[in-house]
Design a binder for this molecule. Structure first.
Ligand SMILES: [Zn+2]
Length: 133
């Protein structure tokens, strides 16, 4: 039996790679590279822990649990990237628009800048309130 066959047999029924593991292995590598410069035992242990966690996930036979973890990771990642994109969009429009949260439902609202004191109706919950722009 050649090495490739042995490896395939070993990996059968195991979870393997996913987005979370790719992130973990990249994070471990980044920590190792940073540690080349700062030389901290704590950082090294953290990198090792991240790498071990990555391998434990990869070799795991509990596919359902690993899929759920990956789903949670993707959800958090998309929330962060959406938040960042929204923030960047607001920065671009800051000159022409005012942004604030609805006091009732906390939805982000946008109104034209320099319109004076206006009555704003939240599009999400219908709550009306006054704001100076
Ligand atoms: Zn609202």
């Amino acid at each position: 039996m050649c090495m490739k066959e042995k490896l395939l047999r070993f990996m059968a029924g195991r979870y393997g790679m996913d987005q979370l593991n790719r992130f973990l292995s990249t994070a471990a590598m980044v920590l190792v590279i940073i540690n080349l410069f700062v030389r901290s035992t704590l950082l090294w242990l953290l990198a090792l822990a991240v790498l071990i966690y990555c391998y434990v996930r990869m070799l795991s036979r509990n596919l359902e649990k690993r899929r759920k973890e990956n789903g949670r990771y993707l959800e958090i990642k998309s929330r962060l990237t959406n938040g960042l994109r929204n923030w960047r969009d607001r920065q671009k429009q800051k000159k022409d628009y005012c942004f604030f949260h609805c006091p009732a439902c906390k939805a982000m609202l946008r109104v034209p800048r320099g319109a004076g004191r206006i009555r704003v109706t939240c599009r999400k919950c219908g709550n009306a309130f006054e704001r100076k722009t």
